[in-house]
Design a protein around this ligand. Structure first.
Ligand code: ADP
Ligand code: ZN
Ligand code: ZN
Length: 751
């Protein structure tokens, strides 16, 4: 019988996750040893009896067999909280393809070597009116951080210190200065931990609507009946989803359970946080990327010790080790930030479902524009769907105009602004209302289209846009198909066949020229490089210090500007013609969200969508805010081309120092997959392969990149392919230094 070997990490809870040691699993323990189990092993020179965790199993010895010691016994205490985290890491490693160490590092918090964090609260010492006055003075002196604290305290007399530091991004020096001036005081731990009153509760009393109550009752009812499930709430922004989340969490807490509330970092606004603090007091905590490793560890310890009921945060908050997890809620589940960009390239949605099933917990997903994945699974019956179609209160959906830019060209208008948009902007400027202009520059544009007829150059095999490369080659980044850029449009013969180039900066220039006197703010990767600048720009716009905000997709998320009554989407085609299969979905989401920015106050809003493909279903259905119709058309395309969610797709990316070796390895791996494909039965559901080819960015940091894609209806089949490829690489480990192989399942980006 084949030998079994186990990778064991000794003292996992101490130092940062370290290299594992390999041990032999003796025959009598074969059944009892699996990832996550605690075992006794002989360690070091004196073979001292140490406790360790099994993190991985294999049939191969990594060392000479006679140097490998035996596991002595399985620890009686067997399974601990850490065990279940190791199990998740093991699952992720297998599911997404990564090393076990990388998976463990994702899942386990790094132990800190820092001093104990103090828990503090900040209390206002003067009345709200005075705070507001001082805030105005500070703003005049450009002391924006001070102004932020003062305004927050004017709204709520007592605030948690960590909330001010983290979410309001205010330094301790600033707080100290304000304390010296007598506007506030900071008090430490035990006072905060045993508060007579919570964060000053002026929580708005809401009586839930019937549709909201139904969701809460079903989710909690299923849970009580021992049938935890996965649910999708499809509800437009403002339909009251957050109220539903709060309601579900409240009932979970009443049952002694804890909740993980995932919110993409960019959508985690101060207002949202405050709603959770007001409802659940100091038993809520926040995770975000600005926390140091030590602060994160501290949060995790508090959660493990039962001091918290709710943790709010982005993707990584998923791994909070609650003792009695009841529910994981994922707001804006369609957001691409839920997918990790580094190995293991896990998706928080699937991982949440896995974690929940281990804890017999429920998962609630919410979105105004659900991902194709989630909605598809409501159709297959894996998830339960709730529709919340009403917007709460009186604000109505905006009027939307789709402007055909081909017509503008015919009329002789070569400006980036259509006549309609130009007119509407002028009216807004006269009326003193605000305008948002949105230019989607996400990722890689590079497509080539005809300005006269709208025709887009596409790959004949993959049905995605071709990207223009230097020298006029048009390339498909899935399969490597190439053709020369034609001189005239193959559809209509026009000479206006060109790449699309426009940036926010050019828009800003054009605005200055066409609307002299208008006050303009620009928000893009360049203007938001500094840490606080993102919030500063939004704040300035909210304070109506500008008439027009121009920006990339950053500006469409989460923020309410009641005075914005016009939203212009300058080039809807930029996202429509990205070189990957999610382009249509992304466009629909962005347009729907952007349109949702107009008319959030009492004044009705208008939206102008400028495009060369006015009849494209993503654009038409977004203009009508009609998710259902969009889904129906998009799923036909996915199904026809065998793209996710109907099938699954795995990207295999090889990076190398030397171009030739990387190209070779990628080619060899692809051949191996071809062999696997051809050796199978000729049944319909077989493997499909695309590539290999150079990556979109063929070289980063002097590393050459080659890629190929494999598709299959069954995810498990792709896992098998990945396992086989991993083995192939492991056998060649010695030749393959300076080469890395990464796997990405159901990729969000094109490599
Ligand atoms: P979403 O999370 O779907 O964007 P919210 O839960 O934030 O929606 O609700 C939008 C606004 O409507 C919030 O100010 C919220 O307090 C309010 N609201 C939601 N449901 C009700 C209700 N049943 N009664 C009164 N106000 C409500
Ligand atoms: Zn044409
Ligand atoms: Zn192709």
């Amino acid at each position: 019988m084949a030998e079994r070997y186990a990778d064991v990490i000794v003292d996992i809870s101490h130092e940062k996750v370290d290299r594992p040691f390999q041990y032999r699993v003796p025959p009598q323990l074969l059944e009892a040893v699996y990832p996550g189990v605690r075992v006794h092993v002989p360690f070091g020179r004196g073979d001292r009896d140490k406790i360790g965790y099994v993190v991985d199993l294999s049939d191969r010895a990594d060392y000479p067999v006679d140097k490998i010691k035996d596991i002595m016994a399985v620890d009686e205490k067997g399974i601990t909280a850490q065990s279940s985290q190791i199990q998740i890491a093991y699952w992720m490693k297998r599911q997404y393809g990564s090393t076990m160490i990388a998976a463990l590092k994702t899942v386990l918090p790094v132990r800190r070597a820092l001093k104990q964090l103090e828990k503090k609260k900040v209390t206002a010492c003067v009345d709200a009116g005075t705070l507001q006055d001082v805030a105005v003075q500070c703003e005049q002196k450009h002391q924006v951080a001070k102004a932020r604290v003062l305004r927050a305290l004017a709204e709520d007399e007592v605030l948690p210190y960590e909330l001010i530091r983290q979410k309001l991004n205010v330094s301790s020096a600033t707080l100290l200065a304000l304390e010296k001036q007598g506007y506030l005081k900071t008090e430490t731990e035990h006072i905060y931990r045993n508060p007579v009153k919570r964060v000053e509760g002026r929580e708005k009393q809401v009586v839930l609507r019937d549709d909201q109550r139904t969701v809460i009752e079903e989710v909690v009812g299923d849970y009580r009946a021992g049938r935890p499930g996965t649910y999708l709430i499809h509800g437009v922004t403002g339909s009251g989803k957050t109220e539903v989340y709060l309601g579900i969490i409240e009932q979970m807490i009443a049952m002694g359970k804890q909740a993980i509330m995932l919110i993409p970092e960019i959508a985690l606004t101060y207002q949202t946080l405050l709603r959770f603090y007001k409802r659940f007091g100091e038993r809520v905590s926040v995770m975000n990327s600005t926390l140091s490793a030590g602060e994160k560890y501290d949060q995790v310890s508090r959660a493990a010790a039962g001091e918290l009921d709710v943790i709010i945060g982005p993707r990584s908050a998923l791994f909070t080790p609650f003792p009695n997890l009841g529910v994981i809620i994922m707001d804006e589940e369609h957001e691409s930030s839920y997918k990790s960009e580094s190995s293991p390239k896990y998706h928080a949605r699937e991982t949440a479902i896995r974690i929940a099933s281990m804890h017999k917990a429920s998962v609630v997903l919410g979105s105004a524009t659900p991902s194709m994945e989630a909605y598809y699974r409501t159709k297959t019956g894996e998830y339960k769907l709730f529709e919340m179609t009403k917007r709460h209160g009186s604000s109505t959906l905006p009027g939307v105009y789709i402007i055909d830019m081909r017509e503008e060209l015919k009329q002789g208008n070569r400006s980036v602004f259509s006549t309609k948009l130009h007119d509407l902007m002028e009216r807004r400027l006269e009326a003193g209302e605000q305008i948002m202009l949105f230019l989607n520059r996400r990722g890689y544009a590079g497509f080539v289209s005809c300005r006269a007829c709208g025709h887009v150059m596409k790959c004949p095999h993959c049905d995605v846009s071709l990207s223009e490369h230097r020298g006029g080659r048009l390339v498909c980044h899935y399969c490597g198909y190439e053709e020369n850029r034609p001189a005239v449009c193959p559809e209509c013969g026009s000479r206006y066949l060109m790449g699309f180039r426009a940036g926010t900066e050019q828009i800003e220039e054009a605005l200055h020229k066409e609307f002299p006197g208008a006050r303009i703010l620009r928000m893009d990767a360049d203007t938001t490089r500094k840490k606080e600048s993102y919030e500063k720009i939004l704040e300035a716009f909210a304070d109506e210090k500008a008439d027009i905000l121009v920006g990339t997709q950053m500006i469409v998320k989460g923020h309410d500007f009641p005075n914005v009554t016009l939203v212009g989407i300058l080039a809807a085609d930029l996202s429509l013609n990205q070189n990957d299969y999610r382009a249509g979905e992304r466009t629909f989401q962005l347009l729907t969200q952007a349109a949702g920015r107009a008319g959030r106050g009492d004044k009705p809003g208008e939206v102008v969508i400028q495009t060369y493909q006015p009849e494209h279903y993503s654009i038409v259905h977004a203009a009508n805010q009609d998710y259902g119709s969009f889904y129906e058309e998009e799923i036909i395309y996915r199904s026809f081309m065998q793209y996710p969610p109907v099938a699954h797709m795995m990207a295999v990316l090889v990076t190398s120092r030397e171009q030739q070796t990387g190209k070779e390895l990628c080619g060899q791996m692809a051949s191996l997959v071809k062999e696997m494909r051809d050796s199978r039965d000729k049944d319909g559901g077989a493997l499909q392969m695309i590539g290999p080819t150079e990556a979109v960015i063929s070289r980063i940091n002097d590393q050459y990149r080659y890629v190929f894609y494999v598709k299959h209806r069954d995810y498990e089949e792709l896992v098998k392919v990945k396992d086989r490829l991993e083995l192939f690489c492991k056998e060649r480990e010695k030749e393959l230094h300076n080469l890395t192989v990464q796997y990405d399942f159901d990729p969000i980006n094109t490599y």
